[in-house]
Ligand binder design. Structure first.
Ligand code: 5RP
Length: 292
């Protein structure tokens, strides 16, 4: 381990230069992976646009029946055709999602906290790789708590899942946690996203921040932006636009889709930004037209 004394503080992220090690595959950092990994990643990131719209509804693993997800069985049929990937728990998939959809699956495999406790940073690996294979998962999602009490355990969880997933050519999605004591700054997100990528994750999910383009440039695998708390639709679409403009290869939004009055229209509007280069204004106009 390098010593931390007197580290040079200036950085150059070469923002004007594209990632140089992509070969001819459309997912950042995956050029040297095998066929199976690339197939799973292609189920997540469109080969046409390189991007993805993930619908996150794994909140129940620690929030229970959060507003908007009270009845997944009623929500999913009208939404599934409007998103690319399901970010879900195995319980939600098996009970409330028909298996005849043809979408990517990002399976939540870490767990261990509940929203009634103070510290949410201690999780375990809750799903083994065999059950992920049974579910046909295209990525295994693990929460990582950099800078929190649960840091070591979450890094151990991530590493164990990566070790197991690589045996079966399944990508791993490292999820940057932002507990209430964690700062949502580019300094924190650069550290957290890079640690997750260096540990071998194939996708990193994090929140938007200032200098987001630098966070993206310094991360050698694709970044997908987590939506965060519910915003007015116009602001949520601006957030999605800023993330894509900053180099995110997609969004993983939950509350800003399932807590709107029109989830399908919102997912479509997000998809226009992610896959069709719409501006936030154009996407909001599309949304307003779609809900008339
Ligand atoms: C919940 C999660 C969600 O997948 C992630 O936060 C995205 O959902 P939202 O857009 O509602 O934040 O990790 O535990």
């Amino acid at each position: 381990m390098a010593d931390l004394d007197g580290n040079k503080i200036e950085h150059n992220y070469h923002l004007e230069k594209a990632f140089a090690c992509n070969g001819n595959f459309h997912v950042k950092g995956a050029a040297n992976l095998d066929w199976g990994m690339k197939k799973h990643l292609s189920n997540i990131f469109s080969p046409k646009t390189g991007n993805t719209v993930m619908f996150a509804f794994d909140h129940g693993y620690f929030m229970g029946s959060v507003s908007g997800l009270e009845r997944l069985d009623l929500l999913m049929p009208g939404l599934i055709d409007h998103i690319d990937v399901l970010m879900a728990t195995r319980g939600a998939l098996r009970t409330c999602v028909k298996p005849n959809f043809r979408k990517g699956v990002a399976l939540r495999v870490s767990s261990g906290s509940s929203m009634i406790q103070e510290d949410l940073s201690e999780e375990v690996i809750a799903v083994d790789v065999e059950d992920a294979i049974r579910l046909g998962a295209d990525a295994l999602a693990v929460q990582v708590f950099i800078g929190a009490k649960g840091q070591l355990a979450s890094i151990d969880n991530l590493s164990k899942v990566i070790n197991a997933a690589y045996r079966y050519s399944i990508p791993v999605l490292g999820v940057v946690a932002v507990g209430k004591d964690m700062e949502r700054t580019d300094k924190y997100f650069k550290l957290a996203t890079r640690i997750i990528a260096e540990l071998g994750a194939n996708i990193v999910k994090t929140y938007y921040c200032d200098k987001f383009d630098e966070v993206v440039a310094a991360c050698p695998v694709p970044i997908v932006m987590a939506g965060g708390k519910k915003l007015p639709e116009k602001e949520a679409l601006e957030l999605a636009f800023n993330a894509i403009a900053g180099g995110a290869r997609g969004v993983d939004m939950g509350r800003n889709i399932f807590q709107t009055a029109h989830p399908a229209a919102m997912a479509d509007a997000i998809g226009k930004i992610v896959h069709r280069k719409y501006t936030a204004k154009e996407a909001y106009e599309y949304y307003c037209e779609a809900i008339k």
